[in-house]
Design a protein around this ligand. Sequence first.
Ligand SMILES: C[S@@+](CC[C@H](N)C(=O)[O-])C[C@H]1O[C@@H](n2cnc3c(N)ncnc32)[C@H](O)[C@@H]1O
Length: 211
Amino acid sequence: MELLTDDVQIYLEQHCEEESELLRYISRETHLKVPMARMLSGHYQGRVLSFLSKIQHPDRILEIGTYTGYATLCLAEGLREDGLLHTIDVNEELEERVREYFNSSQLSNKIVYHIGQAVDVIPTLTDSFDLVFIDADKKNNGTYYDMVFDKVTKGGLIIVDNVLWHGKIAMGAKDKDTQNISTFNDKVTNDHRVEKLILPVRDGLLIIRKL
Ligand SMILES: C[S@@+](CC[C@H](N)C(=O)[O-])C[C@H]1O[C@@H](n2cnc3c(N)ncnc32)[C@H](O)[C@@H]1O
């Protein structure tokens, strides 16, 4: 189930900043050539991520789940002049394509692309992060949240994608994926170290601010 009708989605896209030529190209190529293209953040969510990143103006960003790098480039738009974004993905088959996309961007020198399991890469990162985007294997949302928490700066944001899971969470669906995401959402709701807010953007973006 989509949270918004196609008409509303089109309206939202027509009333925000345009996609850059590179982002449009990545989106088109992903839809034509890469399996599971629905995983890509896309125009409207990409602008939301870019907007949040520009407000936060981070020095360091961590993205867990690069896929074809669409959200990576959106988030990197908000980085400080000397800022850096680390992004992790386990899928080495996409590496060549994604490196080509990053190299086509003016932001390429600010992006560090790691191939590997997120649980192995995260402990090797010594930076503190002002913004973390969790968008990988959803069953591990809680693991990633716990692993990054101490690395997030005070006032830093953790953003988690797909937390409404096509509306299935609110409908109380009992399948394993829905239950996993629901358990994670409840864990964050009950975490008093943070402020939290679910934005009904695309499949649900959970915005968490560390106090
Ligand atoms: C939803 S896609 C990311 C979409 C991207 N952030 C965007 O918005 O365009 C999820 C990605 O997480 C990656 N992934 C899944 N399990 C992972 C793991 N254990 N470690 C690192 N990456 C993983 C997948 O290979 C996939 O490319």
